[in-house]
Design a protein. Structure first.
Length: 907
């Protein structure tokens, strides 16, 4: 840890150059010279500073953005050239400041921007409004000036997402993340603490022209002590209220989220853009804070990614009526009013137009002039999407060439949708090497698809891949030298080592050397614990396929795959020469390890008691270790959102309530819900394009695997929430469902699954590489479940299912048709009943509050051929719900039920 020079400065030296302020809800200080925000503490918790004030002196140079800066493009109405204003570009001249007229600090920028000052006066005020902090910019055209057009207006927002040189504990306690709801007049930004326990900030428009039109990444020189745009400092964004000038230039290759606009100021006219900073004590309060600041609020159930066959609802809460709605592209969606118990909210049923696919924008015009934008993503139904994806995986991504040097054939290999080709050579060798996340993703996805919808030919392909490529090549079957024991997994099959390959083998246009591509020895290292999870998921997928469709396996039997999965998991904690561990990171939560719970349960069900006990003991020792750590979410990175999935899983399994709570909070800190498909349930990920993207850079990733994987703990936790109709419980489910559906947006019309969406406004495209998309897909498949929830305002709602008998206000019974991708798991919240089957399908279920019963209609499913299934269920919140059958749970750990059949549960 490097000591920061700041520590040598006396507090007096810091404060001497600042303007302190203290208002009802906030205390802090502005920089004495530039007037930007340097520190912002909520009065509710003065020990917490939302701003990185301890690093300010490291970032107070030209080009470093802070809250209070502006970026603006303007031109005289008779000109075509935009002029740029950027208050961060140079700090040579400070604005003139005063504290007149009740302003906490007023700054005049005439001397900072002399060219603009010829035509307009730019003034910034920091003010108080009802105890909140207001940042306000006034642009006043001079009385005798020509008309000016403001083509871009950005308000940079700096909070403490600087993890540089902080311990994991300091990062967790001190830092926060900011995410946008790009929603025009209803837009806001939210700053959430990494603890997830608040307080948080909600940033809302403070004038009715400060619409949220775009979220603009701010480029800074990366060569600075805080390591801007690196895995310890993602970088900063600006709230963009006007964006026409960018849309015409830097962003002219993209389809922006919102229509780009500009503002004309005629002689003597002025405009004020202002933001308000309000505390929200819990993440679940963010929307109600936005509402109390006068914003319309939109809630989507189940969310904003809309499968064509799933009933989707939009709920609006605003004091003024809806005047009109419009949709882009035209006809992509239609909305019709629906009836709900609440009079405060208006409900609409949202239906995609025939044959529509991809992005769609809904603009709601309210009677008072406000416009709210809701961004949707339209897709095919779950099973159809999965079949389309599988066809792509088992056809376009199925690699069968002779591959004498790397032995990758046959395999499901990474794909570049840009060049429409398999990725056989890459300087990030693992992408072409079918291991690590970005190389293993495609076969892992194929295995997960097979685990729920086994198609015989696809199962056979995967079995061939196991027999010829995985077992005894990607995974060592026999020890090969001390460091590569049996069952160990290579980091990559592809490597870059020209002296071992024929001349001209490697594609000369790929910059292997510049990027230190792995040589054979590095590629064949077996120490990366993460890689073992993906191979265990492959075996698991084949095990599960046989339950879905008995007889589908041809090369090995079901238990062989289960035991391979087990051996692969346990190898992570093996050692060679009696002391040196085979792998690193086994004591961290590993992405995708939720599949291990299925493996563990299968070992028990199949009677492999010794293996079950050993695996369970290993998981327990990890859980015990985590409970001794303050921040048990370590990974390969200084901060990450990958460990929480595994930590939650085993904390829950071993009844460690404190660790469960802490982990759910951590996830709440980096996973928002907003009325935009991209950010809804989109867990923070921002560096994996470096390791898996064709556009390799640090960038907020939309629906990278954090979405699907972090949804798993929240989806599970909802089932155990003792008050499932509380808005804070439903908040978790909304985040979780958004995260679970995220991965469905990555699969395009042709069935290609992309790593993630590039959110920078000059890019706005799906990444061309498949890379580690499979991990996201695993989260989707393992989380797929239909929920029935009694919402206090909306009545009975379903996440993932279609309600067949709309019911509220005294109607006793409600029937639901599960429409989630898998259709084998349900959670009936009013009955506290979590129930699942491992074959067939749940065609419908009925919750009857009068009879106090749940009946479940089981069918044969599609693509599965089992005549019976194992049913397991749990009374998760102690309602006493019970399977009404004299049958006893069998050796399999559940009840054997025939397909089709009807099951009844009584409360
Ligand atoms: C600002 O506040 C700090 C902390 O309360 C205090 O030590 C300092 O003297 C104040 N500075 C000024 C210029 O008021
Ligand atoms: C545009 O207007 C400005 C200010 O009136 C004037 O100085 C300039 O010459 C005009 N430019 C053109 C191209 O007409
Ligand atoms: C700003 O301050 C400078 C230096 O004190 C002064 O020369 C200038 O006139 C001031 N400008 C305005 C617009 O007040
Ligand atoms: C897009 O903007 C760039 C940079 O301003 C410019 O060079 C290019 O010609 C523009 N392209 C189009 C299609 O307008
Ligand atoms: C904004 O507020 C002003 C003053 O309150 C009002 O005149 C104007 O119509 C409002 N504009 C919109 C778009 O709501
Ligand atoms: C065992 O290691 C040697 C030397 O690294 C290598 O040439 C050989 O291919 C390896 N065999 C297997 C089965 O991995
Ligand atoms: C599964 O196959 C293995 C050999 O691969 C064999 O030893 C075992 O008996 C088989 N199990 C069953 C249940 O057929
Ligand atoms: C956790 O608690 C549940 C419910 O009390 C119990 O059934 C289960 O056996 C416990 N699990 C462990 C590992 O102690």
């Amino acid at each position: 840890m490097r000591l920061l020079s700041f520590l040598a400065l006396s507090p007096a030296a810091v404060y001497a150059t600042v303007h302190n302020f203290s208002i009802n809800n906030w205390q802090g200080y502005f920089n004495g010279a530039s007037g930007v925000l340097q520190s912002l503490s909520p009065v509710a918790d003065l020990s917490y500073d939302f701003s990185p004030s301890d690093y300010f002196h490291l970032r107070n140079g030209p080009g470093n953005y802070h809250t209070g800066d502006i970026t603006m493009s303007w031109r005289l109405a008779n000109s075509s050239e935009w002029q740029e204003i950027d208050s961060a570009a140079s700090r040579q001249t400070s604005p003139n400041t005063s504290t007149l007229n009740g302003s906490l600090l007023r700054s005049n920028f005439d001397n900072v921007f002399p060219a603009a000052a010829k035509y307009m006066t730019i003034t910034r005020d920091w003010q108080e409004l009802d105890g909140d902090l207001i940042l306000s910019y006034n642009i006043a055209n001079h009385p005798s000036s020509p008309s000016i057009e403001i083509g871009a207006f950005g308000l940079p927002l700096e909070f403490n997402n600087i993890f540089t040189n902080r311990t994991p504990e300091a990062t967790h306690i001190k830092c926060n993340l900011i995410d946008p709801y790009i929603g025009l007049d209803a837009g806001y930004a939210q700053v959430t603490r990494l603890t997830g326990t608040g307080p948080n900030i909600v940033i809302t428009p403070a004038t009715n022209v400060t619409k949220f039109e775009a979220w603009n990444f701010l480029y800074e020189n990366p060569d600075q002590p805080c390591e801007y745009q690196s895995n310890v400092f993602e970088g900063l964004y600006a709230w963009q209220t006007l964006s026409l000038a960018y849309a015409e230039n830097q962003w002219n290759a993209t389809d922006p989220w919102m229509p780009p606009t500009s503002q004309i100021l005629n002689a003597g006219e002025s405009v004020t853009y202002a933001l308000r900073f309000t505390v929200a004590s819990q993440v679940a309060d963010i929307e109600s804070v936005a509402a109390s600041n006068g914003l319309p609020v939109a809630v989507g159930i189940p969310g904003f990614i809309v499968p064509e066959d799933v009933d989707t609802f939009l709920y609006l809460n605003y004091q003024h009526p809806v005047k009109s709605m419009s949709v882009v592209p035209a006809g992509a969606l239609s909305l019709s009013p629906a009836t709900i118990p609440s009079s405060e909210w208006k409900a609409y049923s949202v239906k995609p137009g025939d044959g529509t696919f991809g992005r769609a924008r809904l603009i709601i015009q309210y009677a008072d002039g406000k416009q709210q934008a809701v961004s949707y993503y339209l897709i095919n139904g779950g099973p159809q999407t999965v079949e389309k994806y599988a066809e792509f995986l088992f056809d376009e991504q199925w690699f069968t060439d002779d591959d004498p040097y790397f032995h990758r054939s046959p395999s499901v290999i990474s794909y570049d949708y840009g060049t429409k080709s398999q990725i056989l050579q890459e300087y990030r060798t693992w992408i072409a090497g079918i291991s690590d996340e970005a190389g293993a993703g495609s076969f892992e996805a194929a295995a997960m698809k097979t685990s729920v919808y086994p198609v015989a030919s696809q199962v056979h392909q995967l079995e061939e891949m196991v027999a010829r490529t995985v077992y005894n090549w990607l995974q060592n079957k026999h020890a090969n030298g001390t460091e590569n024991p049996a069952n160990s997994v290579k980091r990559s099959l592809f490597y870059w080592q020209p002296d071992l390959l024929p001349p001209d083998y490697y594609n000369k246009s790929i910059p292997f050397a510049d990027n230190y591509a792995w040589n054979q020895s590095n590629a064949w290292d077996t120490w990366r614990a993460y890689d073992y999870v993906h191979v265990s998921a492959l075996y698991w997928g084949l095990y599960a396929a046989e339950s879905q469709s008995p007889g589908v396996l041809q090369l090995q039997n079901q238990t062989w795959y289960l035991l391979r999965a087990y051996e692969t998991v346990m190898e992570i904690w093996a050692d060679y020469d009696g002391k040196t561990p085979v792998t690193f990171y086994g004591s961290d939560g590993l992405m995708c390890e939720t599949v291990w719970l299925y493996i563990l349960r299968a070992l028990k069900a199949e009677g492999y008691t010794t293996q079950f006990n050993q695996m369970q003991a290993r998981m327990q020792s990890r859980e015990k270790y985590w409970s001794t750590q303050k921040i048990p979410y370590g990974s390969e990175m200084p901060w990450d959102s990958t460990g929480e999935e595994g930590v939650y899983l085993w904390a829950k399994y071993f009844n460690n309530t404190a660790l469960v709570t802490q982990t759910l909070d951590a996830i709440r800190g980096y996973m928002p819900t907003v009325a935009h498909w991209g950010w809804n349930g989109c867990a923070r990920r921002y560096w994996d394009f470096l390791y898996g993207g064709s556009i390799a850079r640090v960038e907020r990733m939309i629906h990278h695997y954090g979405s699907g994987l972090n949804a798993l703990p929240l989806l599970d936790a909802y089932k155990y929430n003792p008050t499932p109709s509380n808005l804070s419980a439903i908040y978790d489910l909304r985040v979780a469902y958004g995260g679970n559906m995220g991965p469905m947006s990555n699969i395009n019309d042709e069935g290609f699954g992309s790593e993630a969406f590039h959110s920078f406004p000059d890019t706005m495209i799906w990444e061309a590489y498949s890379s580690d998309y499979g991990q996201n897909f695993l989260g989707h498949i393992l989380g797929a479940c239909t929920y029935l929830v009694d919402h206090p305002d909306f009545g009975m709602v379903s996440f993932g299912g279609n309600i067949l008998t709309p019911s509220y206000g005294g109607v006793a019974s409600v029937s639901v048709q599960p429409m989630d991708t898998v259709r084998q798991r349900i959670y009936v919240a009013p009955a506290g009943l979590a129930m699942q089957i491992n074959a067939g399908a749940i065609d419908s279920f009925t919750y009857d509050s009068t009879a106090k019963a749940v009946t479940v209609q089981l069918g044969m499913g599609s693509g599965q051929s089992a005549k019976s299934a194992i049913m397991t269920y749990e009374d998760t919140i102690g309602t006493g719900v019970e399977y009404a059958s004299s049958a006893q749970a069998g050796k399999s750990g559940g009840y054997s039920v025939t397909l089709p059949s009807t099951l009844t549960f009584n409360m």
